[in-house]
Design a protein around this ligand. Structure first.
Ligand SMILES: [Zn+2]
Length: 109
């Protein structure tokens, strides 16, 4: 990857983070606008082929792409070694593996 491309990716990643934080800020007042920011963030990520960081992937539904606010429009459960998000908008589940620390600890022993 050239320097130009690396810089482009860095900018894109910052933009994605920024858009998702905007979504977070406006969600309680204007959920539609929040969803719009999520849409933009996804478009930037797709267009530039930037991966959305795992912690930000939990902020929106991978099925219907709405911004997710636990306790408002999604339910969060932990099951075994997974965190399960249930989207109240499309009634779909998302599963995330538990925190990395656990795996690291296992590897050491
Ligand atoms: Zn959904």
């Amino acid at each position: 990857m050239g320097i130009f491309r690396a810089k482009q990716k860095y900018i894109a990643r910052e933009r994605v983070k920024q858009l998702i934080s905007f979504a977070e800020k406006v969600f309680s007042k204007d959920p539609k606008l929040a969803n719009h920011y999520i849409d933009l963030a996804r478009r930037v990520a797709m267009k530039t082929r930037v991966r959305i960081p795992p912690e930000l992937k939990k902020r929106f539904c991978k099925h219907c792409y709405v911004f997710l606010q636990p306790g408002v429009n999604c339910r969060v459960r932990t099951r075994n070694d997974k965190v399960v998000y249930y989207c109240l908008n499309c009634k779909e589940y998302m599963r995330f593996p538990f925190l990395k620390e656990k795996k690291l600890r296992k590897r050491k022993t």
